[in-house]
Design a binder for this molecule. Sequence first.
Ligand code: GDD
Ligand code: GTP
Length: 412
Amino acid sequence: TSKAVLLIGGPSKGTRFRPLSLDVPKPLFSVGGRPIIWHSLVALSHVEGLNEVLLVGFYDESVINPFVKEAARDFPNLNIRYLREFQSLGTAGGLYHYRDIISKGNPDQIFVLHSDIVCGWPLAELQKFHGTHRGVGTVMAVKVPREEVTKFGCIVIDPQTSQARHYVEKPEEPLSDSVNAGLYLFDAALLFSSIRDAMEAKVARSAEDPESSSDEQLRLEQDVLSPLASTGKLYAYQTTSPWVQIKSAASAIPANALILASYKTTNPSLLRRRSPTILAKSRADYSKKKGPEIVEPCFIHEDAQIDDTAKIGPNVSIGSGVKIGYGCRVKESIILDDTTLDKNSCVLYSIIGENCKIAPWARVEGAPLVGDKQSIAILGKDVSVLKEVHIRSCIVLPSKNLSRSAKNEVLL
Ligand code: GDD
Ligand code: GTP
């Protein structure tokens, strides 16, 4: 049997995700119409012999428990619980602190998943690979462009044995182009003995040199994975399947596209075309149309109202209670609940927070992905963009009233 731990972090993290994380913790941000971590629960719910998922983090219970309750309904075969750290304990500190709860029932294997990545979650393949070696754990590795490597945990992989020969967290110079994808499978007993060793080594270090590590944190990467790699007990499962790390809010746009693309095989019902709701009265030219033009893939919440003359997609997610009026154009965007787009407005490469109002002929837009740079426009919740105003590549904090056009600005 196996269990899974989702490392969800806490409120001090995700500062690059503002202003979106002002209202909702990053792991619960909606991509493809569902919270980021909901997608990993889908993948975990398909793992045979896995019956428990523990969310470990330091958000207030009141923030996470409503999601846990909903998830319990959506995933009846999983026992889902939230274990709160009293403060940030680091990526291994929470595992250590809750080791008794995590090891209860003697699971053979523990999946550990970061909550800020989106991918195809190839858990069955990871498990199969893990079964072929006798190491402590397997880390999923993905390739990223050379100039990106230093932002990640860098892994030097033995091409013959797939052993991780070296593991260096965010190295100054790239050591290879394979990086830690934030998804692991460990032998349960060996994981906890390795974490205990790491804890003892840390305690010994700080006894020798009190200034060395005054913090309470134990890091899975530097404190556990690096030593495992240097003793040949860490393996890397290499995958070429698409993978997106959601750090900045802008990365939610490619993550949304990745999830929508994956729905074609995993969840086609979420992509279904609904019958249109008609909002506009004058439609002389559109009398023959039978619904808005949808460029797939898109997720459109069943109670969103989209005018017949609008054009939506590709890669658009539209939340509950959203109203999209006559002649609107939306593409490559996430539109959160209860937002209204008035007639002939246009939203491209943007994230629109909850309950925003986009007035007639207004435009909110970012720009297509160039290399790995994505410029998007982000509106926090309750923002109003007035008539004909053009907002380009701006970040707008909640509750603003935008009466003038702006470009490449942070609007506080
Ligand atoms: N429970 C808990 N407690 N979770 C935490 C804590 C903590 O104190 N600190 C971070 N996390 C969670 C985050 O929510 C996230 O899911 C994950 O741990 C990793 O976050 P970071 O510590 O911010 O690291 P990173 O994202 O910069 O880099 C990590 O992920 C990359 C892949 O996305 C590293 O593991 C890299 O090596 C890796 O390449
Ligand atoms: P289509 O021509 O609609 O297939 O889109 P495209 O693939 O050419 O996309 P592009 O990025 O060029 O622009 C998006 C589309 O949005 C444009 O083609 C226009 O159809 C539409 N558009 C641009 N500006 C506005 C606007 O101010 N209001 C509305 N309603 N639509 C606009």
